[in-house]
Design a protein. Structure first.
Length: 94
């Protein structure tokens, strides 16, 4: 089985994945303020130091702009995506 260059296996120590020494960089695409606060709360509970860097976009268009303008190495490790946004809904969102 080959691995895509975009799908790198995480480093492993003692049989468990090792989190990066730098904090994760996450983009949260969520228009609802209460849901965004809930996501922040969960991230703080689950995060292993260093705390992840979380940026927020309220629309799909602004999220795509943020992703497109990220410089090499300054992109996002993951995107948390609401599937019910003001400018996109359901499968069309991704």
């Amino acid at each position: 089985m080959s691995t895509s260059p975009l799908m790198k296996s995480p480093p492993v120590a003692n049989g468990r994945p090792v989190l990066a020494r730098r904090g994760l960089s996450l983009l949260c695409v969520e228009d609802n303020e209460a849901d965004h606060r809930l996501i922040l709360e969960h991230l703080r509970e689950w995060a292993v130091p260093p705390e992840p860097r979380l940026e927020r976009a309220k629309t799909l268009a602004s999220a795509l702009e943020m992703i497109g303008s990220a410089r090499d190495g300054a992109g996002f490790d993951a995107v948390l995506l609401d599937l019910s946004l003001p400018d996109s809904f359901g499968e069309e969102t991704f």
